[in-house]
Design a protein around this ligand. Structure first.
Ligand SMILES: [Zn+2]
Length: 85
């Protein structure tokens, strides 16, 4: 298994993603412990660009994480890409 070193997302990128989202969760609109999250998991995409980042609150992030563990196939659903949300 190839291991790429995961770099932290630069602060200015995170700030732009958060500003773009209006500083609220892009899934539910809540503002509980919002964090920048990879739309396509980094382990799959290795993509730290802004287009692969979204702002999610803690509950939504946890929910997504559980889904990723349950199976990547089911995770790859438009609903989880935040498109058109
Ligand atoms: Zn949320």
């Amino acid at each position: 298994m190839a291991e790429l070193k995961r770099q932290p997302i630069p602060k200015d990128v995170r700030e732009r993603v958060a500003a773009r989202a209006g500083y609220v969760c892009q899934k539910c609109g809540g503002d509980q412990s919002c964090e920048v999250d990879h739309i396509i998991p980094w382990v799959i995409s290795h993509d730290d660009s802004e287009t692969n980042l979204q702002l999610l609150c803690l509950p939504c992030n946890r929910r997504k994480g559980a889904k990723v563990e349950a199976g990547r196939k089911t995770w790859f659903h438009a609903d989880y890409f935040g498109v058109g949300a």
